[in-house]
Design a protein around this ligand. Sequence first.
Ligand code: AHG
Ligand code: MN
Ligand code: MN
Length: 393
Amino acid sequence: MFSRFSRSARPVAQRLAARPVLNFTYAASAAGFAGAATLAYQQNVRPTSCEVMLAKGDSVNITEFPTLQRYILAQTGDQELAALLMGITLACKATSRACAKAGIANLFGLAGEVNSTGDDQKKLDVLSNDLFIDALVNSGAAAVLVSEENDEPIFVEKKKAGRFIIAFDPLDGSSNIDCNVSTGTIFAVYEKKGTGPATMDDVLRTGNDIIVAGYCMYGAATELVITFKGKGVHRFTLDPSLGEFMHIESDVKIPAGGGKKIYSANEGNYMNWDKAIVSCMEQYKNAKPPYAARYVGSMVSDVHRTILYGGIYLYPADKKSKNGKLRVLYEGFPMSMIVEQAGGAASCGLFKGKIQRLLDIVPTSIHERCPVIIGCKRDVEHVINEYKKQGLA
Ligand code: AHG
Ligand code: MN
Ligand code: MN
């Protein structure tokens, strides 16, 4: 069902040419613009805006619904995991709505508390966290929840408990909320090892044990990107009129060769970085042509762009923060799994005396941090080689 939605625009263009406009399926309408544009490019003719509108179709013409819900059911064949993921998508939709209405609903600003890792909590951090906890606990599928916003893991009471452990950052990039810049949610799902009640042994595991990872970006559109381990990366966009996430792309891969030359890091920390990272930055600037600098300051947005366009995202360790800033369980791990599945690489760089692949870390506490160097293989391997060249690894 989902294999039809590949990046190749040519078959779509051919289908478009073969079908009467009013009978377009969702597949044709979703990819219609790309198809029309590619056909026009091949023929060296620009489509008129009218042709583009016709090719795009309208949701009322859709007769097929490749929704996230159907995709989850098709992928899992597991009612309990499906129920859990439905809970996550419900909370994503509610968070999306809250972000979109934040100005109107007086949801900008601080909640007046500090979270587990010492950050000031925003009202939307608290609200989104409550939404995820309610949706997950009541899914009947969760055993333990680990949230950025809770000091301790939440062990779900026996009568509502299920088989899964979920680590999540309910609202990532919350410093961007008040200026209406995109934010996101990040999550990772593990399955309990045994049949008895969950323990911390089920929670503190390497990233290689994750069975599903995803993020939802609250941007110009709300988009959910998900991977079932070993099954590629898939994109779904929220259609607000239906309240459903619709499939827009299968098996997303970072562009071949590493894509655009873009680096993404908070250069305000430059003076405290390792020599190897400083040297890479110099090389990005001195390359001909130089790399472009792009930094939103919301990990979800910066990693999303890196997957779609290419390049590298770095939040390295520095002299003041030896472990970097980002959290292993609900930022580093899920994003690394997604990027690796998209054909990229994810490393900590030099961390605790050796070069480490990020997913191999074994966390010892739930809010542990690690350096994150993530993106296309071309650029991540270049950073690792720089550590080796400098004799640091
Ligand atoms: P959160 O809002 O969940 O605390 O995460 C913020 C993270 C991440 O989204 C972003 O990449 C990074 O912090 C930005 O940090 P700086 O402001 O130090 O650049
Ligand atoms: Mn975050
Ligand atoms: Mn957060």
